[in-house]
Design a protein around this ligand. Sequence first.
Ligand SMILES: C[S@@+](CC[C@H](N)C(=O)[O-])C[C@H]1O[C@@H](n2cnc3c(N)ncnc32)[C@H](O)[C@@H]1O
Length: 282
Amino acid sequence: MSEAQFARWVELVRRRTGMQLAPERKSFLVTSLAARMRELGCEDYDAYYALLTEGPRGAVEWALLVDRLTVHETRFFRHRPSFALIRERLLPQAPVPEALQPYRLQVWSIGCATGEEAYSLAIAIDEHLSRLGGRYYFGVTATDISLSALATARRGRYPGKRLDRVSPDQRARYFRRVAPDTWEVVPELRKRVCFAQLNVLDLARAPLAPMDLIFCQNVLIYFDRAQREAVLAEVVRRLAPGGMLVLGPGELVGWRHPELERVHYPDTLAFRRVARAGGGAA
Ligand SMILES: C[S@@+](CC[C@H](N)C(=O)[O-])C[C@H]1O[C@@H](n2cnc3c(N)ncnc32)[C@H](O)[C@@H]1O
C-alpha cells in the first residue's frame, strides 16, 4: 500500500468512525483489509475503496470491515473504581421514601462492545437497589458501531474466564450455566438492557431520553482531542440534570464543560450535570 493510498484510507476511517490510525498502525490496516479483500477475491486497495464508498453494497461491506478495524476488548467490571463511584455517589444510600417510588434510573453505555460493561452496570445497580428495598425501575441502553459485537452482546453468553471479576454471589444470581464453560445472563437482567447500533459521530441525530448515568470508557481513546470534545458535547446534551458522566480515567485530561462539575472520587474521571437556577438544565 503506497503512502498516498494509506492517507486516503486513514481519512476514510477517521471520517466514518472517528478513529485515528497512526502511521505505525499501517500494518494493522493492511492486514485487516487484506483479510477481507481475500474473502472477496479483490486484489486492489483502490477497487476495494471504491466498493466501500459506493451505494448500498458499500454500506453493508463497511459494516463488515468496521468489525475488523475496531478493538472490542472488554470485560465485566473492567474499571472497578468507576463501579464503586456509582454505588457510593450516584445511587441512593438509604431506602427511597415511599412517595418517590418507584425510583427510576436511565443508563447509557457508549461503546458497549460485546456487552460486558452494560451487564456489569445492570448487575451493580440491581444489587444495590434490591438491597435497599422498595420499588425501582432502571434500564440500560447500550450502543456500539459494531454489529457483530452487538450480536454477541444480545446473546449474553460468555465463557467462564470472562467472568473472573464477577463475584460468586453475582454469578449465582445473574447468570446460569448453559454449557460446561458457558454462562448466560438471566432473562430478568437481560430485559433491563437494550442494545442498538449507534456511531458516536452521529449522536446529533440520535434521539435518546435524558440519561441519569452515561458510561463512556475506552471508546474515545481512538479519537483525537477535538473529536473527543465534539462527541462529549453531544453526550452532555443527553445527560439529565444531576446525571453523571463517567469516562475512563485519563481519557480527557483537563477537559471542562460549562454545565458539568467534576465529581471527585479516587482513580475515576466523572462529572455531574448541574441543574440551572430557575429550571432544569437547558
Ligand atoms: C475497547 S472497546 C470498549 C468497551 C467498553 N466500553 C469497555 O471499556 O470495556 C471500544 C468499543 O468502541 C466501539 N467504537 C469504536 N468507534 C466507535 C464509534 N464511532 N461509534 C460507536 N462505537 C465505536 C468499538 O466497536 C468497540 O466495541
